[in-house]
Ligand binder design. Structure first.
Ligand SMILES: C=CC1=C(C)c2cc3[nH]c(cc4nc(cc5[nH]c(cc1n2)c(C)c5CCC(=O)O)C(CCC(=O)O)=C4C)c(C)c3C=C
Ligand SMILES: [Fe+2]
Ligand SMILES: [Fe+2]
Length: 345
């Protein structure tokens, strides 16, 4: 241990239900969607939406989807995060670091993860929300929750957050390795990058001096739109394509999983699939780089629903690049980010 004490590392992913029982899925959706950073409408409207629409109608449908995803080890989102933690521990000096995991919603909770670190007498905490692109609904919500909990402590150690790591060279290399394995000896007409969607108003609310307008502004990435989720997604695509030598006109960006009637960031994945089919595209390789672990959104939505739609429309091949999960280069990336934030490398 260095003389200033151990450093705690908290890896936080979004969260998943405890089981596929409709009651557990309802409990998860209730906690998730009652978060004012996720459904950013007035409290009373949110409460009515959750209790009159989501809980009775969405929960049974989602439970059905989770049953397609579930494995002997439970939810992939959770067990991949556990595996990531185990691989990271192998790479860090145990005398200097204590690593814990948490889920923003449901279990293991952020309270429990922080308590585990506090009991290890850490003097500094590095929180890594496992979302490559910053969004108030994901990274912001984790930061908010950690600060809310730490506010109640008598002693608050140094806490730092790692946020928006799309340009980290090892993050890009990890995706490039995954992509190379799929592209080896295979030809695709289009390489599709499907990111989790977000209501447009959440990006506009974060726009400083009205810079982000969700138009061509997102095609350039710099200090003024560093936190614009759409611009970060486009930049992620550009950088992965650069590494893989994919020409710009072969890559297509889109956004999946919209909820409700408000406009979400465009283009929408389902509409892009229809357009690609109409253009005669037959072979698609899909990346989903808003997720570092395979989950409902990748395995069931991209590799299931979207694939079925594409094939029904006359497509011939639709492959999904597996997520980073606990692959070595990704673990090296997490290690590098931790060391960079520790001030020890
Ligand atoms: C990549 C980061 C994520 C952002 C940003 C995000 C925003 C966001 N999500 C919803 C609604 C739902 N998301 C659901 C699943 C889900 N979302 C993320 C990540 C982000 N969400 C992940 C990793 C997952 C999968 C979890 C798993 O257990 O595998 C769901 C639940 C599934 C379903 O019922 O379809 C909902 C609902 C909103 C409204 C939102 C931003 C406003
Ligand atoms: Fe989501
Ligand atoms: Fe933008």
């Amino acid at each position: 241990m260095n003389k200033s004490g151990k450093i705690g590392v908290l890896l936080v992913n979004l969260g998943t239900p405890d089981s596929t029982a409709t009651g557990d899925v309802r409990k998860y959706l209730r906690e998730f969607l009652m978060d004012g950073r996720v459904i950013d409408i007035p409290y009373v409207n949110r409460w009515m939406l959750i209790n009159f629409i989501i809980a009775p109608f969405r929960a049974p449908k989602s439970a059905h989807e989770y049953r397609k995803l579930w494995t002997d080890r439970g939810s992939p989102l959770l067990f991949h995060t556990e595996d990531l933690k185990d691989r990271l521990i192998e790479k860090l000096d145990a005398k200097q670091y204590k690593v814990a995991i948490a889920m923003r919603y449901q279990t293991p909770s952020i309270e429990a993860g922080l308590e585990e670190l506090r009991k290890a007498h850490v003097t500094k905490i590095i929180v890594l929300p496992l979302f490559p692109q910053y969004a108030s609904a994901s990274t912001g919500s984790v930061q908010d929750k950690v600060m809310e909990i730490a506010r109640g402590w008598q002693i608050i150690p140094d806490i730092s957050f790692i946020s928006n790591f799309i340009e980290h060279p090892l993050f890009l290399e990890a995706w490039a390795e995954r992509g190379r394995a799929m592209l080896d000896g295979k030809e695709y007409d289009k390489i599709l990058f499907s990111y989790h969607g977000l209501p447009e108003r959440q990006i506009l609310k974060g726009s400083v001096d009205g810079y982000c307008q969700l138009g061509a502004c997102c095609n350039k990435y710099g200090a003024k739109n560093h936190y614009c989720y759409r611009a970060q997604c486009f930049q992620t695509t550009r950088l992965i394509c650069e590494k893989l030598g994919i020409p710009e006109d072969k890559a297509v960006n889109c956004f999946q999983s919209r909820l409700g009637k408000d406009p979400w960031v465009k283009p929408y994945t389902d509409e892009v699939i229809t357009e690609l089919s109409a253009q005669g595209v037959k072979k698609v390789l899909a990346f989903s780089p808003a997720f570092v672990a395979d989950c409902l959104e990748t395995t069931v939505e991209v590799a299931g629903e979207y694939r079925d739609k594409f094939l029904e429309l006359g497509g011939e091949e639709w492959d999904l690049v597996p997520s980073l999960n606990s692959e070595n280069t990704w673990v090296e990336c997490v290690k590098a980010m931790v060391l960079e934030h520790s001030g020890t490398n």
